[in-house]
Design a protein around this ligand. Sequence first.
Ligand SMILES: [Zn+2]
Ligand SMILES: [Zn+2]
Length: 351
Amino acid sequence: MRALIASGGGRLTWRSVPAPPPPGPDAALVRPIAVATCDLDRALALGDTPFPLPLSIGHECVAEVLEVGGEVANVQVGDRVVVQFEINCGLCGACRAGFTSNCTGVPPLSMYGFGLGGGHWGGVLADQVAVPFADAMLVPLPEGVDPVAAASVADTICDAYRHVAPHLPGLLRRDPDAEVLVIACLGGRTIYSASVPLYAGLIALALGARRVRLVDGRADVRAVAAGLGLEPVHPRALRTTPPASLVVAASATSRGLWAALSHTAADGVCSSLGGLHRTARIPMMQLYARNISFHVGRTDVRALAPSVLELIADGRFQPERVISTRGALDDAHRVLDAHYRTGDIKTVLSR
Ligand SMILES: [Zn+2]
Ligand SMILES: [Zn+2]
């Protein structure tokens, strides 16, 4: 079968690789039908992360089930499913508690699309993908939901959701005018794409926020944000921007984290998607004096995906509005090359 391999210098090549063996009793074999870029993919493909190249790229998809093992109960051949990017067993204590990103049934950081660093599970830009724990990992796509719209539920959409959904309803009960501030990029450019910040803004609106500001130094991202009903803020204006009850630290930089924590209102929440930097400065006294809650960590996609799909299925959240480029899976090498070399926000490739 074919798999798209990213190697040094951002080179992308379809290579012939061995097809996965027939699935074991708990496993399934799927065929990706819509594959989305993650905000980290540009950095991954250009070798700007700790994950070594070459690697089989792609970790967000909706797929069609090709084959299932004898003990699989939740999905059938032909079903369309979200294939979440974190490998998890569904049975260990962590999985049963909903902490599916720290499954103890597989080695730590087991993921599709991260090469050696994610444990050789392959990428989803391939003709077939082996899913070792089908009942645990595959979430059927609700009736009427477009696979292209939902491809990023496998990672980035759930990543955005977890910064907003656990915190915003409580903050709005306390103050219906509670504001949301998303800090995406403080400079004029960054290697990271802007889909998580934009999804977070849309989800905040869907969950009832009246005012959502998005800080980004990139003019094109501010324009997209404005089109989505978010209030774009140039980083220069951040100093005069009031603190918000919920702040999403989405810059993946130490400086952005400082800005986010400094702009969190008293008794508010700051949620960070993390970053690849090892250390960061934290305004401790301010957090203490203002009683600020700070969250950071990886996404438990499997635990969140059903709620996210519900929000999409009932039309309250339209993630397809964030898609900037659509293309054919067979053209992935060309379309993604353009994605990596530009500031493109979200590319989705489909059959
Ligand atoms: Zn990702
Ligand atoms: Zn587990």
